[in-house]
Design a protein around this ligand. Structure first.
Ligand SMILES: Nc1ncnc2c1ncn2[C@@H]1O[C@H](COP(=O)(O)OP(=O)(O)OP(=O)(O)O)[C@@H](O)[C@H]1O
Ligand SMILES: [Mg+2]
Length: 252
């Protein structure tokens, strides 16, 4: 195939684009890549490839739809940056097919007018973007409601797409609400049993090592009732923070 035909095929086909990046999409990933939905929810187990696939979709949009503004957002800047890092890595792997105007730690500006921007997970600092063509919310089950309410209007005038991806985190929050009852969403549920890179043996080891509700949450796409837990996940998270001094001496 000559390079123009190759370019055209990539422009039309997100699956070919992913393959060009060295990824052989899993069946659910292929469905996602072929989807034209503008409202997508991914309820996927850990390490299933949800950030990777979203990164592929974000980069392809930036390259083939000039003038696109793509925002990567997560509860914490570190997590948004991880997603952006995947996009940047793919862009470099492809040999920068559209020239960069600015290639920074938190954003990529392309010569075709497209921009990919990493946002910190704080409602106060993210206002002011408009004309967004794709908004990606990674770790969406842990995004504060206020943050979600602050970003949604960024899609208002542009009619941009919204993708929310996550592993579940209890029956609460905007992702859970959308997943369990929201209208107009295309939903993908991907437990570890559908991820060919997670072995049976590893899963058994995890099952034996984790509290059952954590195992169900991390690997089986389950939004766990907090009431059947003695300690909620929130409490456990807070209990293991290293920002708080222990009440009792640690022997020192
Ligand atoms: N189709 C695929 N072929 C090969 N490797 C893949 C594929 N999809 C994902 N991976 C690899 O699987 C690993 C996990 O991917 P990724 O970080 O996207 O998962 P995730 O679901 O976002 O995980 P986490 O819940 O930890 O954020 C990465 O090393 C990624 O390159
Ligand atoms: Mg991820």
């Amino acid at each position: 195939m000559d390079s123009l035909a190759q370019d055209l095929k990539l422009a039309l086909d997100r699956v070919s684009f992913a393959k060009r990046l060295g990824l052989e999409p899993d069946p659910w990933q292929e469905d996602l890549l072929r989807s034209t939905s503008e409202r997508v929810l991914l309820n996927c187990c850990r390490q299933s490839g949800k950030s990777t696939m979203t990164g592929v979709i974000a980069l392809r949009r930036a390259l083939y739809h000039p003038g696109s503004l793509i925002l990567c957002l997560a509860p914490a800047l570190r997590q948004s940056q991880e997603l952006f890092g995947k996009v940047l890595g793919f862009y470099r792997d492809l040999g920068r097919p559209v020239s960069p105007q600015g290639e920074r730690k938190l954003s990529l500006d392309l010569e075709n007018g497209s921009r990919i921007v990493t946002l910190p997970g704080s409602e106060k600092t993210i206002r002011g973007f408009s004309g967004t063509s794709l908004l990606v919310l990674d770790e969406a089950a842990r995004v504060e409601d206020e943050l979600y309410f602050a970003v949604r209007p960024m899609l208002a005038v542009s009619g941009g797409a919204l993708m929310m991806l996550t592993t579940p985190y209890g029956k609460r929050g905007v992702f859970y609400e959308a997943w369990s009852g929201g209208q107009g969403w295309e939903r993908y549920e991907v437990p570890a049993s559908r991820c060919p890179r997670i072995s049976e043996e590893f899963l058994e080891e995890e099952r034996a090592s984790l509290p059952p509700f954590i195992f169900r949450q991390e690997y089986q796409c389950s939004f766990e009732e907090t009431e059947d837990q003695v300690f909620t996940t929130d409490l456990i998270d807070r209990a293991v923070t290293d920002e708080v001094q222990p009440l009792f001496g640690t022997g020192g």
